[in-house]
Design a protein around this ligand. Structure first.
Ligand code: ZN
Length: 348
């Protein structure tokens, strides 16, 4: 296989959470040297030409020692103090990574810094929050986290908070469950627009989606969601939602999680063909056009097709897109250019 060397900028991963959870459990794992339990580490990033991505900070509910969390527990609301403390731990984790990498990883705060990181062949890390529980009603934490490099936020994960309502994971299911943004949620959108912070609508319910579509002055974005018509999960986007994203010149990142690719919703079936990823890409391209489709792997947060396996498998997806008939120019757009230009259009 002689795959052209096309870098990948990834719209979503949960690697910081994995690293921080291992550290908190007293069993740290090494991003620099690599670890079998990680989808993304430095050796795999180099092997798979991962140029960087939005690195999510997601906060699971508080856990008593020895307690294992059931999936239902994950959807219980969490309090701000706990969320902020855990988020700061993940911001610190990112800064330690940058320092320990001695130049191989760089935290980027703007699209021009991302361009430079791409040129310099280092892994670009842009900080993202998945579920804004760490942000207080006065938005003080937003200012401080912005100063620390935060440039992208999903107002909700799949649970409710003071800003909005997340979608559950019932399958099959509609994203149209629950009410829209709260008044604070509307203020959240105005602040993010003003501060040039990307608003990520993955995990948001449909009423909240339409509220943001009406209110936000930026292109609409779902960093890691798929096509509801092909996999009827509430986490995926209906054709009407895709049309609205297209109209705003927004972007959707293809989620590699098998549960959001498959038409049966099976979450752990690694024997899921790469052709299914291409089917979602085809549909996204039809609805959003060549500038509207990107990648959002969900690495380190979900089960992905065995054929991809990890970030080291990016070139396999690149080759599959080429074999499927996408020209090299289109593959480059999907792999990294569309994210970079979307971030520019968002003022980042
Ligand atoms: Zn997610």
């Amino acid at each position: 296989m002689n795959t052209p060397a096309i870098p990948v900028f990834d719209g979503h991963n949960d690697t910081l959470l994995r690293l921080e959870m291992a550290r908190a459990a007293g069993k740290p794992i090494s991003f620099m040297n690599g670890d079998d339990s990680l989808h993304i580490d430095l050796p795999k990033a180099k092997q798979g030409l991962l140029a960087g991505g939005l690195f999510a900070m997601f906060v699971p509910p508080k856990q008593e020692p020895g307690q294992t969390l059931k999936f239902e527990d994950m959807q219980r609301p969490i309090d701000q103090a706990h969320a902020l403390k855990e988020t700061l731990a993940m911001v610190s984790c990112a800064y330690r990574l940058e320092r320990e990498s001695e130049g191989a990883v760089r935290i980027c705060r703007s699209s021009s810094e991302l361009d430079m990181a791409l040129q310099d062949n280092v892994v670009a890390l842009m900080l993202h929050i998945e579920g804004a529980e760490a942000i207080d009603a006065n938005f003080d934490a937003l200012e401080v986290l912005y100063a620390a490099g935060l440039r992208s936020i999903g107002p909700v994960w799949s649970r409710n908070n003071i800003f909005a309502h997340g979608v559950p994971f019932d399958f099959p299911g509609s994203p149209d469950q629950g009410p829209g943004l709260t008044d604070l949620g509307r203020e959240f959108v105005r602040r993010c627009n003003k501060m040039h912070i990307l608003i990520d609508m993955s995990h948001l319910n449909e009423a909240g989606f339409w509220d943001i579509a009406k209110l936000s002055t930026d292109p609409l974005v779902a960093t890691h969601s798929n096509v509801h018509a092909l996999s009827p999960s509430p986490r995926n986007l209906t054709d009407r939602q895709l049309d609205a994203i297209a109209e705003s010149q927004g972007v959707v990142g293809l989620n590699y999680a098998v549960g959001f690719l498959r038409d049966d919703g099976q979450k752990y079936e690694t024997d899921t063909p790469i052709s299914l990823m291409l089917a979602h890409l085809d549909h996204l391209l039809t609805k959003l056009g060549e500038e509207g489709v990107a990648l959002g792997s969900d690495f380190d947060g979900a089960t992905v097709p065995a054929g991809i396996g990890s970030a080291a498998g990016n070139p396999i997806l690149i080759q599959a897109m080429l074999d499927h008939g996408y020209g090299e120019a289109l593959v480059k757009k999907i792999a990294y250019q569309n994210w970079l230009s979307l971030l520019k259009r968002t003022g980042i």
